[in-house]
Design a protein. Sequence first.
Length: 245
Amino acid sequence: MSPLNLALIATFIVSAISLVGVVFLFADWTERRAMLFISFAAGVLLATAFLEMFPEAVARHQDDGNFFIATLAAMAGFFVLERFLLGFHTHEESHAIPSGYFVLIGSTVHNFIDGVVIGASFLVSPTLGFSTTLAVAAHEIPHEAADFGILLAAGFRRGTALLLNFISGLAAMLGAWWCFLFEGVVERHLPWFLAATAGMFIYIAASDLLPELHRSHTHREWVYAAPFFVGVALIAAVAVLVPGG
């Protein structure tokens, strides 16, 4: 199967996982369950950045400049997006949101970027594509559940909120398609794309997910640390056991 088809399938699955997660988990979306998912997602994101993205970027580097600038630029870019698109990565329904449509705009931009990230990773190898898809999916479940709650609070009907959330998620497929549309440019600058992806993952984990765990009153329970290390171990196992990474 071609990398493009793999990327499109992966991005569709990510969107579907988010929808299924909302349908089956939101009715019983307790703080305990949310913290377990957030802890796991943080481990997967950081492990993918440091064990997959950075090593691959270094291996493909061909003296075309300091590609770590892309890491810093991605982190700065996400900071700006979070300031202007409120609720971009929020997990709490109580945040002040100007409108449900504003949340949808932020989520659509976020999902499009996820698609670009997944597409670029499949240009490197199926293994990196799988790891990246897992990292994105792990983060999307709590993220989409939060967005769904915010849309309900903004006055959307349950069915409408689910449909709009899913349509927003499909922007990831557009992002993957865009990546392959400009495949030549992306492949020539893969170290930069990989470094930027790592920066995005680090920013999400360090500024959003881990602080969420620390703010929760459950942070004293060591059980919430376990999913973090499970996520790290899972990505490490993929890097070691799956050929072609």
